[in-house]
Design a protein. Structure first.
Length: 296
């Protein structure tokens, strides 16, 4: 009997320690998100000036990286990879007319934000940036969508009920989390049984990408909240959700990227990237995933 009591006490101590670790991690992430909010407010302010403009919260290296990333996005768009991605996400969402959707990290509205809001039963868009969500909220009101709203909210400080959402759309969001466990537990809590997450995030599984990021990271202004996916990330995700589908995008297409940096050779870059497109194997470059909250 004494042995059983000691075991129970040990189990309780373990549970208390785990809860303490989780709470500490949550507090640290909330504090970090205050800095992250200022960083993305500065990005919003810069984008009001020009598509690529210096950001006040970013150093020179990060501003240069942003310009290079814009060139890469241009390559992706010119080859139709971006359109293919959004079509895939719409296919994965299927019929959302009765769905309650959380557009997580929506900023001023991603490519599908308004489409989702117009086609679902209930839409909530949240982001750290008050300025950016204000733009999206104004557009939702302009389109007379009373079932939709957008506002500034730290996801880790939300008060959503358990089992509340049918779908979480997380476009370029999950890789901003160093301690993903706390975030995954919260997503698992608010998703209904059978609910889904659709994500899109950069990878660190390709050698060239990994090398470039490791060289850049010591100079990176936003390194504290930039954590591209690794194979370990996917193993952690699988502890909470079932991976229904996963696609690698871009990957070998980046062979055409150097040509994008030379004026007049953008067309060559597109042709090289197009030729390399069939060589892309998941997961490389960037990855989009569809997770299910099964077994809840």
């Amino acid at each position: 009997m004494l042995h059983s009591s000691n075991t129970a006490l040990d189990d309780q101590s373990t549970t208390d320690a785990q809860a303490s670790d989780t709470n500490r991690a949550r507090r640290e992430m909330l504090e970090l998100n205050v800095r992250q909010k200022d960083f993305y407010e500065s990005r919003f302010e810069a984008q009001q000036v020009a598509r690529v403009a210096p950001e006040r919260a970013a150093n020179t290296a990060t501003n240069v990286w942003s310009r290079l990333r814009t060139k890469l996005v241009d390559l992706r768009r010119s080859m139709g990879v971006e359109d293919d991605l959004y079509e895939l996400h719409q296919e994965w969402m299927s019929d959302i007319k009765d769905a309650r959707v959380l557009d997580l990290g929506c900023f001023a509205g991603n490519h599908l934000s308004l489409w989702i809001a117009e086609n679902c039963a209930d839409y909530t868009g949240i982001d750290l940036s008050e300025q950016a969500t204000g733009i999206l909220e104004a557009e939702l009101r302009k389109r007379n969508l009373p079932h939709a709203r957008a506002y500034a909210q730290d996801f880790l400080a939300n008060d959503y009920p358990d089992n509340h959402f049918d779908l979480i759309y997380a476009y370029s969001v999950l890789h901003h989390l160093k301690n993903m466990t706390v975030f995954l537990e919260e997503m698992h809590r608010i998703l209904k049984p059978g609910g889904q997450i659709i994500s899109f995030d950069p990878m660190m599984t390709e050698p060239a990408n990994r090398l470039a990021r490791r060289v850049y990271r010591p100079m990176q202004s936003d390194r504290d909240w930039e954590w591209p996916f690794t194979h370990s990330t996917f193993r952690l995700l699988c502890r909470y959700f079932e991976v229904v589908d996963q696609r690698g995008l871009l990957g070998m297409v980046k062979l055409g990227f150097p040509f994008q940096l030379v004026p007049g050779l953008e067309g060559v870059g597109r042709k090289v990237g197009q030729a390399a497109l069939p060589l892309t194997i998941a997961p490389r470059g960037v990855s989009t995933c569809r997770f299910s909250c099964a077994g809840k």
